[in-house]
Design a protein around this ligand. Structure first.
Ligand code: ATP
Ligand code: PRP
Length: 209
């Protein structure tokens, strides 16, 4: 049995057409089904539906053999125990530092950065020798500078519409983000042929897009 972990929302929607090209289709409608393990047209392949940020955990522990996760989630998880053999080139965006255009940067205290990406933010500013105070949030980061919770934010930017709608601008580029296929190391050994075959098909589907 091969279990593939996906998160609902944009990753699910963008991955299903790639899986379909590899001959894998969900039996139930994933948009309406409340099931967390979905059967596919192949008896030995199931789709496991979980939160985006939980995908690396499921795959590292072998609760899923394969997963699709944003590079942001993988950078934040920061663990070498996963193979990352394929860039699916879906859910593309950028990890940015953002804030007000001409913000007064305080010099009597450390810069305050609001983000849900605490590890990435920590590493980025540490590499530059900049001392910052990180404020962990779980969403709606764009609000933080407006209500004076933080000086800057670290978040994903795609069209820039969310920043713009809140009077903010992108300031510094941290990383290009897209979703990656991740594979459990033991599964890669134990189910090598099946996984290699799937990687081949998905690689072709990505290239054809
Ligand atoms: P969780 O449920 O774990 O909090 P989430 O709400 O961030 O995760 P999604 O919004 O579905 O989950 O995002 C999944 C992935 O899609 C992110 O990890 C990121 O790689 C990518 N992503 C997020 N926002 C955008 C965007 N605006 N444009 C393109 N890709 C995005
Ligand atoms: C993401 C991200 C930004 C927005 C950027 O949020 O956190 O807020 O997209 O996209 P844009 O540059 O095209 O405006 P998302 O829509 O995933 O909402 P969520 O964080 O609540 O899941």
């Amino acid at each position: 049995m091969l279990k593939i972990a996906l998160s609902k929302g944009r990753i699910f929607e963008d991955t299903l057409p790639l899986l379909a090209q590899a001959g894998i289709e969900a039996v139930d409608n994933p948009k309406t089904s409340r099931k967390l393990i979905l059967d596919t047209n192949q008896d030995d392949i199931k789709l496991v539906v979980i939160r985006a940020s939980d995908v690396p955990t499921y795959v590292e522990y072998g609760a899923a053999d394969i997963g699709v996760a944003g590079k942001d989630v993988l950078m934040e998880y920061d663990n070498d125990d996963l193979y990352e053999p394929l860039d699916l080139k879906i859910a593309q965006c950028k990890m940015m530092v953002a804030g007000f255009k001409d913000a007064d940067i305080p010099n009597h205290r450390r810069l305050r950065i609001a983000t849900k990406y605490v590890n990435i933010t920590q590493r980025y500013f540490a590499e530059q020798g900049r001392q910052v105070e990180i404020i962990k949030l779980y969403g709606s980061m764009e609000l933080a500078p407006i209500v004076n919770l933080a000086d800057l934010i670290v978040d994903l930017v795609e069209t820039g519409n969310t920043l713009k709608a809140n009077g903010l601008v992108p300031l510094e580029h941290i990383a290009d983000i897209s979703s990656r296929l991740v594979v459990n190391k033991a599964a890669m050994k134990m189910q090598h042929e099946k996984i290699k075959d799937l990687l081949n098909h998905l690689g072709k589907a990505v290239a054809a897009k």
